[in-house]
Design a protein. Structure first.
Lengths: 461, 98
């Protein structure tokens, strides 16, 4: 309905994001004779998981661990795209309207028409607020990994890893291997959850074995790993110098110079939202996600979704969903696609999805923590505290996250709610004693990425 | 004050020379501004509201917590800007509330 009829005659296919999903999608389009435009914020393809530096440091094994061959394969595919497609690096999409994207690159504005758009915008860490999470020395788990794989630097020297998810063990292992002084791994998931997830995890024995290897390596090298460990607070006033956690029934302190924390991942869904795609609430991911059919079609004609930006599935699933969405884009243009390949993709996706369900069971996303007292900063940008949110919610009987945003400015800052939305939704649902799904989601607002003041008033042509 | 970052292995080669609030700091080609600043220290800016110190958070251009300024007035996101020789970086511009 939003695809202009003239567009079907001359398709303009655009892929946003050059991570595992976007690269495989664009490669698939090229293979079928379509030259796509690829928009990516980074200087080089790879996404966050296979992030490439202009000046690579350390070995590929150090940067990408067991996945270094997979990373190399994706980088090779990305290099081919840079040669053969219209590849626009260091470019961000700041607004999307039907058939049109607004771009910014190096402070210059640009516009781009599309007939078929694939949104493969990936994910960021989901971090719930806790006392002291804005202190220098506290970083997201993904950020801690980027310091190592992108810059070959370690946060610390003494560092604690907290939160949950498979990435927790991987990054702790990578830090310890590189000489980081890992003081503890504090996993909020109970050990029983990981045991009960084993049957589903055995769908991918190789991946399961890697996860167990990281855990075993950490234990063998004397790194304390605690399950059912809830981060309560940080110590330190101008910088983190320790953390307190509740482990089982007891509270324990760990001295450290840095803390890396991640409570799972959250999908980057702003563009789907701006384009009015319908969303569904996902119970396991505790988030609203754009609806899509098995081939990656959103509810808006001409708009497709793939990879973690459509819902967290991991890098392997992202590669498959990227390819499958590209095949749907082609088929929708009347271009013949390989049916056996499509069936193979569907089978692989189904197996990985079962594994993903196991991961969701092994590392259940924590919800509201009782430790989020009124003084805790929830919105890092606008500096809105939990107490202000609760007071507004009670005074005006607010059940909707957007109404709370209007009243308190939460989520109105430069990050556009990326860092605070998960925590604010959990807090509002808890405060009003309503289901998390009932508070809704913060609606995307352009610009979804900050624009330098200097570009305002410039002619976008 | 202990720096927040340290290198896994020292890098050889001539260093880039930058300044941070007027003080000289060194960097290597390929370092981001954030890396250069946190190899030498433990904060990037002070928030306008609460006056609280910040040192970045996500390192992937999403959280917007690591903005610093070039002395020319241009605002740069430290985690996604490469350090360049001669850069004069400041946390607060003249006339701006600290």
């Amino acid at each position: 309905m939003n695809v202009p009829s003239s567009a079907s005659a001359q398709p303009q296919m655009v892929v946003v994001g050059a991570g595992p999903a976007g690269v495989r999608a664009a490669q698939t389009l090229l293979r079928h004779g379509v030259r796509p435009v690829i928009i990516d914020e980074a200087p080089l393809p790879g996404g966050q998981i296979y992030r490439q530096s202009l000046v690579p440091r350390g070995s590929a094994r150090q940067r990408y661990g067991f996945e270094h061959k997979r990373a190399a394969a994706l980088h090779a595919a990305g290099a081919q795209l840079r040669g053969q497609a219209d590849y626009r690096a260091r470019t961000a999409v700041w607004n999307a309207t039907p058939g049109h994207l607004d771009l910014v690159r190096d402070g210059d504005l640009d516009g781009l028409r599309y007939s078929h758009l694939l949104i493969a915008t990936g994910a960021t860490d989901r971090v719930l607020p806790f006392p002291g999470w804005t202190l220098p020395g506290v970083f997201s788990l993904g950020g801690a990994q980027i310091a190592l794989k992108g810059q070959h630097c370690l946060l610390g020297p003494r560092i604690v890893f907290a939160g949950t998810g498979p990435l927790l063990y991987l990054v702790a292992y990578q830090y310890a291997r590189a000489g980081g002084q890992v003081q503890a791994v504090l996993d909020s998931a109970p050990l029983a959850a990981q045991a009960s997830a084993l049957p589903a995890l055995l769908n991918q024995p190789g991946t399961l074995a890697k996860g167990l290897y990281y855990l075993g390596w950490l234990r063998a090298h004397g790194v304390p790993v605690h399950h059912s460990a809830n981060l309560l607070a940080t110590h330190g006033t101008s910088r983190v110098d320790g953390v307190r956690a509740r482990i089982g029934g007891a509270e324990r302190d760990f001295a450290c110079d840095a803390l890396a924390v991640g409570h799972g991942l959250r999908a980057e869904t702003q563009l789907a939202d701006l384009l009015d795609c319908a969303f569904d609430f996902d119970v396991a991911q505790r988030a609203w996600l754009p609806q899509r059919d098995a081939d990656g079609r959103s509810t808006v004609a001409g708009v497709y979704l793939a990879g973690d930006g459509a819902g967290i599935g991991g890098a392997m699933l992202a590669e498959l969903s990227g390819e499958r969405s590209a095949l749907a884009m082609l088929a929708d243009c009347g271009i013949r696609v390989d049916a056996p390949r499509l069936r193979w993709l569907a089978r692989r996706q189904a197996a990985l999805a079962r594994f993903r369900q196991g991961l969701d069971r092994a590392f259940p996303l924590p919800g509201t923590d009782a430790g989020c007292d009124d003084g805790v900063m929830v919105c890092r940008c606008e500096e809105v505290r939990a107490g202000e949110l609760r007071a507004a919610a009670r005074q005006y009987a607010v059940d909707d996250l957007n109404r709370l945003k209007a009243l308190t400015r939460i989520g109105m800052g430069l990050c556009q709610g990326r860092m605070c939305q998960s925590g604010a939704a959990e807090l509002l649902a808890d405060c009003r004693r309503i289901p998390l799904s009932a508070v809704g989601r913060m609606r995307g607002q352009a610009p979804v990425k900050p624009l330098p003041f200097a570009v305002l008033g410039k002619d976008p042509s | 004050m202990t720096a927040l970052l340290r290198r896994v292995a020292p890098l050889a080669g001539p260093a880039l020379r930058l300044t941070w609030n007027g003080q000289p700091i060194a960097a290597q080609p390929g370092d981001t501004v954030l890396t250069a600043l946190l190899l030498a220290g433990d904060r990037l800016r002070t928030t306008l509201g609460a006056g609280a110190p910040r040192a970045g958070f996500c390192l992937m251009g999403a959280c917007q917590d690591c903005w610093v300024h070039l002395s020319s007035g241009q605002r740069v996101r430290a985690c996604s800007t490469l350090a360049e020789d001669g850069m004069a970086l400041v946390d607060t511009l003249p006339g701006e509330c600290p």
